[in-house]
Design a protein around this ligand. Structure first.
Ligand SMILES: [Zn+2]
Ligand SMILES: [Zn+2]
Ligand SMILES: [Zn+2]
Length: 165
């Protein structure tokens, strides 16, 4: 009987160790704070659930502290001073912080209509990620896919000339 109790105890300990070795599910917090749950490999962006970590990271929904002196782009410096948006780089500024995707910027400003528009782009990017994840990332950050040589602006692709910038 004593042996059985010991066995049961060992079993419980093993189970606890097994559970502890895996990342705990943080979906509840992630859903509330537009975050990523490591355990379930899912990210939450507004009403959307993203399965692509690359796409989720590209949205970069949190502000970044920046140094004005480190900004090389004149458009960015002007935008920083005016809480504006640099269309050339697809990033905006608010209260001295940088937001690296249009969605992040509009979310920070609480611009509902613009956020809805960007969420539509994200919805399409989720589908696009099944073909090319880099395109999906470029789509939500007004960037360029180096694999497909496509440049994205507001979710619309246009070809990039080889060798050009
Ligand atoms: Zn989870
Ligand atoms: Zn810029
Ligand atoms: Zn691509």
């Amino acid at each position: 009987m004593k042996r059985l109790a010991l066995l049961a105890l060992l079993l419980v300990l093993a189970l606890l160790a097994y559970r502890g070795s895996r990342a705990a599910c943080t979906c509840a917090e992630a859903r509330a704070a537009q975050g990523w749950c490591e355990a379930c490999a899912v990210g939450y962006v507004g009403p959307l659930e993203l399965r692509s970590r690359g796409l989720f990271d590209a949205l970069d929904l949190h502000g970044h502290d920046i140094e004005a002196a480190a900004l090389e782009c004149a458009g960015c410096r002007a935008a920083l001073a005016a809480d504006g948006y640099c269309a050339a780089d697809g990033r905006g500024f608010l209260a001295g912080r940088a937001y690296l995707s249009p969605l992040a910027y509009h979310l920070a400003r609480g611009e509902t209509a613009a956020v809805e528009r960007e969420l539509d782009v994200v919805r399409r990017a989720v589908l696009e990620a099944q073909r090319c994840e880099l395109c999906a990332e470029a789509m939500v950050s007004n960037g360029t896919c180096p694999r497909c040589l496509l440049r994205y602006q507001d979710g619309v692709a246009s070809p990039v000339a080889r060798g050009g910038s």
